[in-house]
Design a protein around this ligand. Structure first.
Ligand code: ADP
Ligand code: MG
Length: 653
């Protein structure tokens, strides 16, 4: 005699106990079902039929008693093995159809095969063939709410058959159908029984039960009659219990194709997200703002860094500034004299030196007058500031010695005071009432340095400025070019020593360099970035909480869907993966939106003349942040979904 496929011994099921009164629903059910049988379990409503079916289908565990499936004790199977049984051995047909509302008929039918790891092409073909066989060829793309009850039930039968459906567990399959559709479904079950499927049909209707070869009556959780009692089991060729047991032993551990599952999970996620798009959009704002502020912040930071670099390149990085200052608060400010300048110029580390005296003065030409910065400099000007003359020539050492009233002008002075584009050489300007002749024009520098005002300046010989314009001989400050830009700090130390010596040891002067200035600027930049970073972090946190919120809502709204997925064979980790991929997908959508928003903001800033420079690593980093947020904050809801009890999930509202 063959091993029974299903063998129950003294199965009891007790509900409640801790917080609600104890209800004993099944009281010692013993039962054997062999391959090829068509069994009806009949009983009045509340007699425990559905409870029994849930136990038979491994959706629920009995409180006591033993269940052997194909000779294996089900109590010893882990959750993956139980999922394997639901997926490969059983096919469920419920009174309420239990289709996933957001999926099409085709997608609903394919689901068990996805969890079984069937290749996509084979899956599509098989689902289409099954739907065709059940007369639904023209309805494959319809969603459940677009199908009649009879059609939905046929879809669920197709789903039950998707992985073979060796044992069809049908709980009141005709209960919600009109008599015509009900008859159709019964004919289908008959046909399947004759093809060798084990059918376990649960019904309260004796007439329906009479279609089965064997009728078991249940009352108050006990079997009161069994038409097969005492008769030898009918064994039909085909499915053997040993066969299934063997496959269970190998199959439960083998992994399905995760790719197919992932694709399905993402498609399902997208569908649900699209249905709730308004809610989703609102909740994603946090991530959008977080990602956008990270990207914009980094782009602005990078932009201003590049601007500073451009300024450095334009003015040279070997430049030092020397000026007087108060050594202590009580003493008068120190002065760097022209003698100091001459002494510093003798240092071997110093390549060039230029005293500066200057200020804003009214400059007039004809009827035009305007304030410009007028600086007294020496012939080092074009070299030390890396600023060539493009028209005429710079003044000479002789001009400097004699204090000649000659001027070299910036291009904006020409444009504003003379005619734009005109030739300024030879023209006379009245600078503070002193006539100066223009002998040269500087290259336009504003564009490369980023400082638009740098072209609004006039350069005159130091001596002319000191005597004719400002009435002072001491330079305001001194610009020094170190001979070796790699040894700026050594140069600085040498100048410092010399100046101390010359100033009786007093530090009544100040020595700075471009690098220091840029570092100071970078520090301000950093604190700004830090603040923006904090905003971004908070937004991402809020966004993450939003994702968690959506996911918790989704899990609650779709508890029944989770139950359906489990009944069709999803493992816990499949459910976990599904909801985790939903969370990641949500955050990815938020991340992409954030990046688009950031690019738009960046465009706006560029129009407003603020330097921005988008860097790909920054964008990718922000996107990765969003994805990580999705994983971190989606994990808890996903785990909650995965740990749901299949029966409770299925029967939830
Ligand atoms: P049937 O399917 O035969 O109508 P069920 O198996 O659904 O009967 O239920 C049998 C009995 O068990 C009913 O009295 C019902 O109230 C009770 N019952 C079912 N599920 C639960 C549960 N989760 N908690 C408490 N009682 C339950
Ligand atoms: Mg029931």
């Amino acid at each position: 005699m063959s091993v029974p496929l299903i063998e129950l011994n003294g199965i009891c099921k007790v509900y409640g106990g801790i917080d609600s009164p104890e209800v004993q629903v099944l009281r010692g059910v013993s039962l054997s079902i062999h391959p090829g049988e068509f069994v009806a379990i009949v009983g009045t409503s509340g007699s425990g039929k559905s409870t029994l079916m849930n136990i038979l289908g491994c959706l629920d565990r009995p409180s006591s008693g033993s269940y052997h499936f194909a000779g294996k004790n089900v109590a010893e199977l882990d959750s993956d093995e139980l999922a394997w049984l639901r997926r490969e051995a059983f096919g469920f047909v419920f009174q309420g159809y239990h289709l996933i509302p957001s999926g099409s008929a085709q997608e609903n039918v394919e689901m068990p095969a996805i969890y079984a790891g069937t290749a996509a092409a084979e899956r599509h073909a098989r689902a289409a063939a099954l739907l065709d066989r059940l007369g639904l060829a023209s309805r494959t793309g319809n969603r459940p709410h677009q199908l009649s009850g009879g059609q939905q039930q046929r879809v669920s039968i197709a789903r039950a058959l998707m992985n073979g459906g060796h044992i069809i567990l049908a709980d009141e399959p005709t209960g919600a159908l009109d008599s015509h559709s009900g008859a159709e479904v019964m004919n289908l079950l008959d046909e399947l029984a004759s093809q060798g499927h084990v059918i376990i049909l649960i019904t309260h209707d004796r007439e329906v039960a009479a279609r089965a070869a064997r009728v078991i009556e249940i009352r108050d959780g006990q079997i009161v009659s069994d038409s097969a009692a005492g008769q030898p089991p009918v064994v039909i060729q085909g499915l053997q219990a040993d066969d299934l047991r063997q496959r269970l032993n190998q199959g439960a551990v083998e992994r399905g194709a995760w790719k197919g599952e992932l694709v399905e999970a993402l498609q399902a996620a997208w569908r649900v997200m699209w249905i709730n798009r308004f809610r989703t959009a609102l909740t994603l704002l946090g991530i959008v703002i977080g990602v956008a502020s990270v990207v914009v912040m980094l782009a602005v930071g990078e932009g201003s860094k590049r601007q500073v670099m451009a300024q450095m390149a334009a003015f040279g990085s070997n430049i030092l500034y020397l000026s007087g200052r108060h050594a202590t608060l009580r003493e008068p400010g120190g002065i760097v004299s022209l003698d100091d300048v001459a002494a510093v110029a003798q240092l071997p580390q110093v390549e060039r030196i230029m005293p500066v005296i200057g200020g804003e003065l009214m400059v007039r030409h004809g009827n035009n007058n305007q304030q410009f910065y007028v600086g007294g400099n020496n012939i080092q000007f074009p070299h030390i500031l890396n600023w060539p003359v493009v028209a005429g020539s710079f003044f000479t050492e002789a001009d400097e010695r004699s204090g000649a009233a000659v001027a070299v002008i910036g291009q904006k002075v020409r444009d504003k005071l003379l005619a734009p584009g005109s030739d300024p050489i030879g023209q006379y300007l009245l600078i503070g009432n002193v006539p100066f002749q223009v002998i040269g024009m500087l290259a336009a520098k504003g564009a490369s340095s980023g400082d638009q005002d740098s072209d609004e300046r006039i350069v005159v010989p130091y001596t002319a400025a000191a005597i004719r314009l400002f009435g002072s001989h001491d330079p305001e400050y001194v610009i020094i070019a170190a001979a070796d830009s790699a040894r700026v700090s050594a140069t600085e130390a040498a100048i410092e020593r010399l100046m101390r010596q010359r100033h009786q040891g007093k530090a009544d002067f100040e020595l700075t360099n471009d690098a220091a200035l840029i570092q100071a600027e970078a520090r301000t930049q950093n604190s700004l970035s830090l603040m923006l970073g904090a905003i971004a972090a908070i937004s991402l946190l809020v966004g993450g909480i939003g994702v968690m919120n959506i996911m918790l809502m989704t899990v609650r709204e779709r508890t029944r869907e989770i139950g359906i997925r489990m009944a069709t064979g999803a493992r816990q980790r499949d459910i976990l993966r599904q909801f985790l991929s939903e969370a990641v997908m949500l955050s990815m959508v938020g991340g992409v939106t954030g990046i688009v928003l950031a690019l738009a903001i960046g465009g706006g800033l560029l129009l407003a003349d603020i330097a921005v420079a988008f860097a790909l690593p920054a964008i990718l980093g922000a996107f990765a942040c969003a994805v990580v947020t999705g994983v971190v904050f989606g994990f808890m809801p996903a785990r909650k979904a995965a740990r749901l009890d299949p029966v409770k999930a299925l029967t939830s509202e």
